[in-house]
Design a binder for this molecule. Structure first.
Ligand code: R5P
Length: 269
């Protein structure tokens, strides 16, 4: 692997355990001002010290994150449809690799919609993106199975999605957890990070999801709403770190979460 590409990946995946806790805050690109992400800077800033990487668009990066921040950036570069459009799957590449280089992105991310009317369009766009990103040593994260496609959340469908994007050259994949998730991991030759999805009933449920995902082979998580829609977002992100980086059980991590909600949060030095 080229040195630059490997170096960028090692900024996202902690070299000591090859795992990552990514923070997804890119929802506005199709959802608009999502609940608790209405003012991105307010949501993002306190969480930055505890994220191994953040996933967001160039608009939010330029306007809501200080350029002095050293958090690795996974730049969403696909879009073009919204929650009110006819088909959420009708995405294209909206941000150039050149701009990703300008923004010092550690990786770029694009969605594919396998099984939808836009399967060919989004897969072809991903292939082209990977070729252009490789010219600059930038890794590509392929995001599979969102929107309507998420209804097909089973190991057979997700294995197909993850394998196809890995075959196209994606360096890592973001998908959902499912029953028999180990089969999805086993047939995908690149690391998988797991999305959280809509906010679950409790923090413990979200910690259980993270735990199952990493114990079944995920290389980490890329959670959004289950972090910043919590009333205690920083303790929640720190508890997820314990699950991912320290193999803490969900119960142990939940104790940590509760402890952290009782003490005022201090920024690390
Ligand atoms: C979906 O395509 C978006 O990119 C989000 O980043 C993704 O859904 C992960 O966020 P959440 O954990 O809120 O589902």
């Amino acid at each position: 692997m080229d040195w630059g590409l490997q170096n960028r990946l090692s900024r996202i995946f902690r070299p000591s355990d090859a795992r990552t806790v990514m923070l997804a805050v890119d929802h506005g690109y199709f959802l608009g001002p999502t609940h608790r992400l209405e003012e991105p800077r307010k949501t993002i800033e306190p969480l930055l010290p505890y994220a191994d990487a953040i996933m967001l668009t160039r608009g939010v990066l330029r306007n809501c994150v200080d350029a002095t921040s050293d958090v690795p950036i996974v730049l969403r570069v696909s879009g073009g449809a919204t929650i009110v459009s006819e088909d959420l799957a009708n995405e294209t590449i909206t941000t150039s690799v050149r701009d990703a280089v300008r923004l010092n992105a550690s990786a770029v991310a694009a969605s594919v919609f396998i099984g939808s009317a836009y399967e060919h369009q989004t897969l072809a766009a991903l292939g082209g993106l990977i070729s252009r990103a490789l010219d600059h040593g930038i890794p590509v994260l392929a995001v599979t199975a969102v929107g309507k496609e998420l209804e097909k959340r089973d190991a057979r469908y997700l294995s197909l999605c993850c394998r196809v994007v890995a075959e196209l050259g994606a360096h890592f994949v973001k998908t959902y957890h499912c029953e028999h998730f180990d089969r999805v991991v086993g047939s995908c030759p690149v690391p998988i990070v797991v999305a959280g999805g809509p906010k679950l009933d409790s923090e413990l449920d979200a910690l259980r999801l993270a735990y199952r995902a990493v114990q079944e082979g995920a290389a980490g998580v890329d959670f959004g709403r289950n972090v910043w829609q919590s009333d205690h977002a920083v303790p929640m992100l720190r508890a997820i770190r314990a699950v991912v980086h320290e193999n803490a059980t969900p119960e142990r991590a939940h104790e940590l979460f509760l402890d952290l909600t009782r003490v005022p949060q201090r920024q690390p030095v």
